[in-house]
Write a protein that binds this ligand. Structure first.
Ligand code: SF4
Length: 559
């Protein structure tokens, strides 16, 4: 392998590891109702393929859509993997396989960038943003050094970023296809790794460049859901309002609205009516908000003051009034959190009628202000639940793969000594999950949410979308009828939502379909939060340590 140069014709397998089926994000089973094989297309690897030499031969194997293919593995000269924390276990498994079989393997993406030590067994780890760092690795290879860690803190100009190689996937395999407009976020939340990876100065593509990417997926046959995968879609609100959204409205209108959009944004979007009006005109249907907690004091401690300006419910209702469904993240286990937090959080979710609420335990992610502070305070725990001393690397020691938690940001948290009793936090967390994902509570929220949405004149969708919707509706109906706790609630909602017009009915059907995933996911979480499991998660030395933590926290509470 080493005799090859990147200037030769290299056969490259782009391998995308599987997400746990219990992950909040992985609604694969529901996506399959519409004929898709997986929820979201692997944009990171398609972007990597566009940056690599174009004389290489690429094959992309997404293990969320297809089974592992030994023939593809045999075919390639090198394997390239990219992934996030929930994919870590899969990435480590394939690194082991590659090393055993003498196959060259290189990894990159958010998790290898945050903790390259974990991936030390890969031939090469490429950290940071690929537009800058992949060429560094390729140049080193040309100079005879292929192995090692290759990175840079430099941030690329996104206007020079090539269009991802969407041609490497089959569009019909995916429920949603991602496009990216910008990277970075101007805020400074203490627990966030995005600002560490992509910086606090948002960088954007040009509207023309963005529309060329939309043209590409349109020409490849995609119709329906397009996720704009920005860290914070309104990181540069002025550009989004003045340049991007007017261009997007014109593009979508001219083609009869083949796409509807979803994205992630900070809560201050609710304070800008012009922005939301434009988003509604462009056909945005979903937005994910990082609400984290309704408690303003806790938000201030975690440096998320932008969420304290107005009550959560007021902002969520405002966004709903523009026809955009709010999904949101909530976090349990922050420093300074008070007993009884479960009731406050449940009330917030119920009052705002957020159906898809991802509630998770706080994770001190590697390479964040939070994990650095906790390590300094002597509160950070490693994978084995042991304290990590100041200056010691959390992950440099061997990683016990059997202990790598794969259920993303839900249950794999509290990797630190919290400021209140761990058992109490876990019990409250369990109560939140059990309450908000009880069938009755969820189906009632669906009704409340769609009732708040404005009436929209029906648009005749593309035949592909009609086919997908009919297929999806058939499967949802069959599954709901087979579910004793859901059957009557589903029929009630169908009956009541039919009177709200086709647009709101379709949204209600989507929200109800997704509950089939959350029902399974929440049951799994509740099993993992059984009395025995909670006992196992307790650290006998923790209560004495917590007394010391109390004094440390009072010294840092002026953050
Ligand atoms: S608003 Fe979101 S993306 Fe921005 S710093 Fe906070 S958590 Fe990170």
């Amino acid at each position: 392998m080493k005799f090859l140069s990147p200037d030769q014709n290299i056969k490259c397998l782009l391998l995308y590891p599987e997400f746990s089926s219990f992950s909040f994000w992985n609604t694969r089973e529901i996506s399959r109702f519409t004929g898709a094989k997986a929820t979201a297309a692997p944009l990171s690897l398609m972007t990597v393929a566009a940056i690599m030499p174009q004389w290489w031969e690429f094959k992309l194997l997404d293990l969320n859509a297809y089974a592992f293919d030994e023939a593809m593995w045999e075919w390639c000269d090198i394997v390239v993997m990219s992934g996030m924390l929930p994919q870590q276990k899969g990435m480590l498994d394939y690194i082991d396989k590659a090393r055993e079989e003498g196959k060259y393997i290189v990894v990159g993406g958010p998790d290898p960038s945050s903790q390259p030590d974990v991936y030390a067994k890969a031939n090469a780890v490429v950290t940071g943003e690929g537009e800058i760092t992949l060429p560094i690795w390729l140049d080193s290879w040309r100079n005879g050094i292929m192995d090692g860690v290759f990175g840079s803190d430099e941030k690329p100009d996104l206007t020079q970023s090539p269009c991802p190689r969407y041609d490497l996937i089959n569009m019909d395999d995916y429920y949603q296809v991602g496009v990216q407009y910008a990277r970075g976020c101007p805020f400074n939340c203490e627990f966030c790794d995005i600002i560490e990876l992509f910086g606090r100065k948002p960088r954007s593509k040009t509207p023309e460049q963005f529309l060329r990417e939309l043209d590409c997926i349109y020409n490849l046959g995609h119709r329906g859901y397009v996720e704009i995968v920005d860290d914070n879609f309104i990181g540069n609100k002025r550009l989004v309002k003045r340049e991007l959204l007017p261009a997007l409205i014109a593009w979508n209108k001219a083609r009869g609205f083949p796409f509807f959009f979803g994205t992630e944004a900070s809560m201050n979007m609710a304070d800008d009516d012009v922005l939301m009006q434009l988003m509604q005109e462009a056909n945005f249907r979903f937005v994910f908000l990082g609400i984290e907690t309704p408690d303003p004091e806790t938000l201030l401690l975690t440096q998320k003051s932008q969420n304290t300006m107005k009550p959560v419910t007021q902002r969520v209702h405002k966004i709903l009034s523009y026809g955009i469904i709010v999904t949101a993240g909530f976090i349990v286990g922050f420093d300074g959190e008070k007993p009884g937090n479960d009731r406050v959080m449940i009330d917030c979710i119920e009052d705002s009628a957020i159906c898809m609420a991802m509630v998770g335990l706080l994770v001190a992610l590697p390479n964040t202000q939070l994990s650095r502070r906790l390590q300094k305070e002597g509160r950070l725990l490693n994978f084995n639940g042991e304290l990590v001393a100041e200056g010691e690397s959390v992950f440099a020691a061997h990683v016990d793969k059997s202990k790598v938690e794969v259920v993303d940001q839900t249950i794999a948290g509290l990797n630190f000594i919290p400021t209140r009793d761990r058992a109490e936090i876990l019990r409250e967390y369990k109560n939140i999950v059990a309450t908000i994902y009880s069938p009755k509570a969820y189906m009632d929220r669906v009704l409340r949410m769609v009732s708040q949405m404005p009436y929209q004149k029906p648009k005749l969708p593309h035949w592909k979308l009609i086919r997908k919707s009919l297929r999806g509706a058939y499967h949802v109906f069959t599954r709901m009828m087979a579910h004793s706790q859901l059957r009557w609630l589903f029929l009630r909602n169908v009956f009541l939502c039919l009177r709200l017009g086709s647009h709101r009915f379709e949204l209600a059907m989507t929200l109800m379909a997704v509950f089939l995933h959350f029902d399974k996911q929440s049951k799994y979480l509740l099993t993992r939060l059984s009395h025995n499991d909670i006992q196992k998660r307790l650290n006998p030395e923790e209560s004495s340590r917590r007394l010391e933590v109390g004094s440390v926290k009072s010294a840092t509470s002026g953050l």
